[in-house]
Design a protein around this ligand. Structure first.
Ligand code: AMP
Length: 289
């Protein structure tokens, strides 16, 4: 595995790889790698000749008062994990390398951000598309891998690639969970013991919502209300949102007729957890972009 910190060196290497006719799979991350990231790496490893992973905690996508400074980091452990997962190139730039001067160009996401996390995390997705545009240009991947745990991010990236004609394929990967259903997340380390026990109820609430659709409930307001009641009854977390929207367009609707997302965000003392399920009008899991 080659560890690269320089933008110019990364560009040189990935250009060489493309020239030689090999296909590049790319997994962008913020590090503190866990089984969710590993699933993306495994998918990318299988479908491509070369696997590039980046670890960069991107300051542009953190708002004021968010956890940029305290975001969990462990470079040595991440390097070992990447090595174990047969990563070919691990890109580990520092902030000055990615943003050497004040940006002249600012990107703004126009749709798919007035809902879910976009509503409370003002400017978050502008920061996400900015860093991804830079990374896509540097890596020039054939395929990029995104986890559906961050489904709104996957929907925004899907729009970025289509709107701006990036010559690459976005591959969505199903959410990897703990045995009790809690979605794996770098931020789970912030949970207290009691909160960790309660956190599993979030997935139970989502399953309850999906079951209502399977049983014939087509009204999103009814489903949302039931899910909210369940979370309030079974956790001390504060609900940031429970929403049901079309996926990946992320628009509201009156009756479930196609692929939809049921998504939640719950604030615990130090951790804000997000999770979702994506399914069709019959409640069957369906995760197309
Ligand atoms: P992050 O390091 O949190 O920015 O995540 C990097 C990538 O890993 C994103 O595409 C996430 O959606 C994905 N990811 C994070 N957690 C999970 C999970 N539990 N299952 C699948 N993918 C995940």
């Amino acid at each position: 595995m080659e560890v690269i910190k320089s933008v110019n060196l990364l560009k040189e290497r990935t250009e060489q790889i493309r020239q030689s006719g090999r296909q590049i799979g790319f997994v962008p991350t913020m590090g503190y790698l866990h089984e969710g990231h590993q699933a993306l790496m495994e998918n990318a490893r299988k479908a491509n000749d070369v696997l590039v992973v980046s670890i960069f905690v991107n300051p542009l996508q953190f708002g004021q008062g968010e956890d940029f400074d305290t975001y969990p980091r462990d470079e040595q452990r991440d390097k070992q994990l990447a090595e174990d997962h047969k990563v070919d190139i691990l890109f580990l730039p520092d902030v000055e390398e990615m943003y050497p001067n004040k940006p002249v160009i600012e990107m703004k996401v126009a749709c798919r951000v007035d809902v879910l996390c976009g509503r409370s995390r003002n400017g978050h997705f502008d920061g996400v598309v900015t860093v991804l545009t830079k990374l896509f240009h540097l890596v020039q991947p054939h395929r990029v891998y995104f986890g559906l745990k961050d489904a709104q991010q996957a929907a925004v990236v899907d729009a970025l690639v289509k709107d701006l004609n990036f010559p690459l394929e976005v591959v969505p990967v199903s959410t990897v969970r703990e045995e009790d259903g809690l979605a794996k997340s770098s931020r789970n380390v912030y949970l207290s013991k009691e909160e960790r026990l309660e956190a599993k109820e979030i997935y139970q609430a989502l399953q309850l919502g999906r079951q209502l659709v399977i049983d014939g409930e087509k009204n999103p307001d009814t489903v949302v209300k039931e899910v909210e009641d369940f979370i309030n009854k079974h956790t001390h977390g504060k609900i940031d949102y429970v929403e049901m929207l079309t996926f990946p367009e992320l628009t509201t609707f009156d009756l479930v007729t196609g692929q939809v997302i049921l998504a939640v965000a719950v604030q615990f003392e130090k951790a804000r957890l997000i999770d979702n399920v994506i399914f069709d009008q019959n409640g069957h899991i369906s995760e197309r972009l």
